[in-house]
Unconditional design. Structure first.
Length: 128
């Protein structure tokens, strides 16, 4: 898969969790992370986000301003989202496919917050 921000290659990484294994896609160039919706849903219980996220590269710093991107799965424009509780956190979502985080954004989520957020997010999508 191609990174929606820098068009670098995204590599699949498989994480083991108590609920089974989860595959995410991580960009080798800017270290952005893509979650498919189903993948995000599996993520719960014990899971360490620091295994997959890091502080990013110089490229990823430029990406914070780049919000106008297309979904790597369907090519449709993604919706920029800001967390109302943590305004510095911004990421992009496709309601049908998943969400994209810049490198470094992910570690800003506390573990519990992140899991709550995914649940709320998936719930919100399902209501549509
Ligand atoms: Zn990238
Ligand atoms: Zn999509």
């Amino acid at each position: 898969m191609e990174c929606p921000k820098c068009h670098g290659t995204m590599q699949e990484k498989t994480l083991s969790t108590l609920s089974g294994s989860v595959t995410i896609d991580k960009c080798v160039a800017c270290h952005g992370i893509w979650f498919d919706l189903g993948e995000a849903e599996i993520l719960k219980d014990k899971w360490m986000s620091e295994h997959i996220d890091d502080s990013g590269t110089i490229l990823s710093k430029q990406h914070y301003a780049l919000r106008d991107i297309d979904c790597p799965r369907c090519g449709k424009p993604m919706t920029p989202v800001s967390d109302p509780k943590q305004k510095h956190l911004q990421y992009e979502t496709c309601a049908a496919h998943g969400m994209y985080f810049d490198a470094g954004e992910f570690t800003d989520f506390k573990y519990e917050t992140l899991m709550d957020y995914f649940r709320d997010f998936i719930f919100a999508i399902r209501r549509h």
